[in-house]
Design a protein around this ligand. Structure first.
Ligand SMILES: [Zn+2]
Length: 117
């Protein structure tokens, strides 16, 4: 069985890893001190990754304003749902906004179906 994660959490961890990748690439530039062109290339790629993650963070902000806030029945905490089905941010409880899907096995493809309709 595939493991699902809350969408906002998933994007957030992607943005976080992008920052780390950016710093690792910029750190890698130290090893090419002798070659200035390589240093510049590494620095710009690293900077692009960090800029990219800033953009992703802004996107998360936009997404979470559009997300529906619900109280998770599993842990009782407030969590945000994007799309028809999503997971709780805290306990990974599958949540749905569509009553017809209630009780059904969680399937990420429900979101795709709703988009194509
Ligand atoms: Zn929960």
């Amino acid at each position: 069985m595939k493991k699902y994660k809350n969408k906002i959490n998933k994007i957030r961890s992607f943005a976080l890893s992008l920052i780390f990748i950016g710093f690792i690439i910029m750190y890698g530039a130290i090893f090419f001190r002798e070659n200035q062109i390589l240093v510049i290339i590494f620095m710009s790629i690293g900077l692009l990754c960090i800029l990219g993650s800033t953009v992703v963070y802004g996107w998360i902000g936009l997404l979470s304003t559009r997300a529906v806030q619900v109280v998770c029945p599993g842990c009782g905490k407030h969590t945000k749902v994007i799309g028809r089905v999503d997971m709780c941010m805290y306990c990974n409880e599958p949540l749905t906004l569509d009553p017809t899907l209630e009780g059904k096995e969680f399937d990420q493809s429900y979101n795709n179906k709703s988009q194509s309709e």
